[in-house]
Design a binder for this molecule. Sequence first.
Ligand code: PMP
Length: 423
Amino acid sequence: PPPNYLSAKPTVPSHLPDGTMNYEGFFRQQLHDLHMQGNYRVFCDLERQAGNFPRATHFNGRVQSTVTVWCSNDYLGMGQHPCVLAAMREAVDRCGAGAGGTRNISGTTHYHVLLERELADLHNKEAALLFTSGYVSNWAALGTLASRLPGCVVLSDEGNHASMIEGIRHSRAEKQIWQHNDPEDLNRRLAALDPGRPKLVAFESVYSMDGDIAPIAELCDVADGHGAMTYLDEVHAVGLYGARGGGIAEREGLSHRLTVIEGTLAKGFGVVGGYITGSMALCDFVRSFSSGFIFTSALPPSVAAAALASIRHLKTSASERQHHQAVVASLRKRLDAAGLPHMANPSHIVPLMVGDPVLCKRVSDVLLSDYGIYVQPINYPTVPPGTERLRITPSPLHTAQDIDHLVQALSAIWSELRLKRAA
Ligand code: PMP
């Protein structure tokens, strides 16, 4: 049910009768409009069950129940892996809770140093730089590079994540948006620019909502042809692809062709934090000039220790990656057999298309209330209107029974709500 305070449309004079600004009225009006469009976000109150991935306890008022989570970005379940939890506990015992400061002022612990070395090695780069999240790493690194290189033009894929868009916007550099995954459009745009200007081409490897993968080699060829730097967001690929979990660039032998590879510690690695990797000079430059790096407290040492354990584990263990891909393939096959319209793509992200915000939320609500399955609806502005979907993310720890249960539940809901099946 919607929160009560949003159900009645507020009347919003911009001023209250006493002449003061009606700030509350403005907030409520905006929220009410979101709610009416079906785009108001309701969070699912969950407690993940340690060691029992993908189960979580769902708190629904006074009622608690165990649910199966099918939309976690802890793609490999590493957030519950014994080696990660042990490393985190040990670091808490050794160092306590917080880092105690910014990286510059007392907040750099030996775990941070080791983690940056490990990340540089993972991507075959000279150096790495940690941030408090993947969002901050994109925002800060792109913002710094683009604003500090005089006359820089940023060429950004139209599907890029909000953190990249905001970083580029923040830099105030000139920007060009090129058509998604289209090297020819990128080439045309680069060719039209003054060859003497610095250029930065920014894109992702695996796109989070459609699960499609960039033609990295072609994009690097184009960028090289025009002397542009390349910035690759591998947030949805690190840990999951490549012989050591170094992402799509590693899998395709292309790490050396990217100026910057950016990633997160919060998805495949199951912890939290973000980073960039690149040359020694580039990382040192961002470290030295980026306010998003300098003026914020360092990640807790326990987080750095946990991420370090996760990365080290996935560097040598391919079984999580293999099992993950097997579960993805198995789920897709079952969805096909049931005529459930999932978007085809070459990655681990399984978008199940609904195409309407209210129905999308309804499917998600019924899955949770009637079947104990949690998949968050994805609506505008995360995806374009008309492409609302359930973004299903299988993990190596979902069982064959979990898949049966999910597909049966979806099939029943599809019939009940008369949703369109795949041809
Ligand atoms: N880049 C992309 C492509 C993302 O999808 C996200 C978040 N989902 C981020 C960066 C931000 O990463 P983080 O969650 O670590 O802040």
